[in-house]
Design a protein around this ligand. Structure first.
Ligand code: GDP
Length: 359
């Protein structure tokens, strides 16, 4: 699927760069263009991408400091500039636009839904969100921002692929290490999804096509991606169990939104050497996915890849009724109450500070 990526905010910019780099390293040619938009000049300077600085008048290149309403405002006032920068990048070959952002911050959180709205007004191709949800351990401001942003992004984008920051890394890592790992996993897994349908070798009936990704996302709402891989045998017959077990692992322990398995639609892409992909295994895994997700629309296809491994990549559409989302929205609501609470009584605060001085 030929895509154009627009990263909004710090996380959005970093992820967009990682996705563009992965696509280039692998020689897929799925990423047709990439642009980073931010209100913080320093964050843009870190990136090796074309950039647009928004909100210069309001925040002078210093960012919106976690204020996502301001993030939305600056994107709205400078929307023309961003749309102008995109002009010519969204070519006739482009099949979808992805707006990439961390939903817990300020610029990406507020700006991504505004940009998705503008893009949808102008372009005929689908506009998807690729949003990062804050992990449980992140502060109240992040949760509250992400709650508001998610609702708006889901409304404005044609579908929103979510990555929970608590998924795709092992526990016990520092925040920096965890981000690094998650970003690497996003680049590879979302990168493979983009590349699905771009395969040139082994073109045949069973090869996945971009339209299957788009049709899986057609139900709108929230989408999740799962991935698992294993060493393959050269003999396809011997790989039947490999495909069924990587598919189980991808769904049950490697979803970008853990446990969000109740879906409207699904797509199973099996990547590997074409001769090593077992038809029987793929069909069995696809049937199993239909049962597990309760969806009658699980598509399937191969992704020919020169690798000694076999991988199952699962895209699920319409997972918004999952418990994981309810749990997150509840957390965001609680956090929102906390952040909306009136500030502590200044006199009380003063007394506390005095006490601190004494101790
Ligand atoms: P903005 O620049 O104001 O849009 O704010 P950020 O992009 O820094 O958004 C903060 C949110 O994004 C928080 O929930 C962070 O957990 C998340 N985040 C920031 N950097 C990264 C990153 O490199 N990787 C991932 N996965 N999440 C990040």
């Amino acid at each position: 699927m030929k895509v154009v990526l627009i990263g909004v905010g710090q996380a959005g910019g970093k992820l967009t760069q990682r996705l563009a780099e992965y696509d280039q390293q692998m020689g897929f040619g799925a990423v047709q263009g990439a642009l980073a938009v931010n209100s913080a000049e320093a964050d843009l300077r870190e990136l090796d991408l074309d950039t647009v600085l928004v909100g210069q008048e309001r925040v002078k290149g210093h960012g919106v400091g976690g204020d996502n309403e301001l993030g939305a405002e600056v994107m709205q006032s400078d929307a023309t500039e961003v749309m102008d920068a995109l002009d010519g990048r969204i070519t006739a070959q482009a099949e979808a636009i992805f707006v990439v952002a961390g939903l817990g911050g300020g610029t990406g959180s507020g700006g991504a839904p505004v940009l998705a709205h503008e893009l949808n007004r102008v372009y005929e191709i689908p506009v998807y969100g690729l949003g990062v949800l804050p992990g449980r351990g992140e502060g109240a401001m992040y949760q509250a921002n992400a709650g508001r942003s998610l609702k708006t992004l889901v409304r404005e984008a044609d579908a929103t692929l979510l990555i929970d920051n608590d998924a795709w890394h092992t526990s016990g890592e520092s925040m920096g290490e965890a981000f690094e790992k998650i970003n690497q996993n996003i680049a590879q897994r979302v990168g493979l999804l983009f590349a699905s349908g771009e395969a040139v070798e082994g073109v045949g009936e069973s090869v996945v096509d971009s339209s299957e990704v788009i049709n899986t996302l057609r139900s709108g709402g929230i989408a999740t991606l799962g991935f698992a891989s294993a060493e393959a045998s050269e003999d396809a017959e011997e790989n039947i169990n490999t495909v069924t077990s990587t598919t189980r692992r991808a769904l049950l322990s490697n979803l970008s939104l853990p446990n969000a398995i109740d879906a409207d639609s699904g797509l199973l892409v099996v990547a590997g050497q074409p001769e090593a992909i077992p038809r029987k295994g793929v069909e069995r895994a696809r049937k199993w996915l239909e049962e597990e997700t309760g969806s009658l629309q699980v598509r399937g296809g191969d992704f020919p890849l020169d690798s000694g491994r076999l991988a199952s990549l699962i895209l699920l559409g319409g997972v918004e009724r999952s418990e994981r989302i309810d749990e997150f929205l509840e957390r965001a609501k609680e956090a929102s109450k906390q952040t909306d609470e009136p500030k502590a009584d200044p006199a009380e605060q003063f007394r506390n500070e005095k006490l601190d001085d004494l101790i």
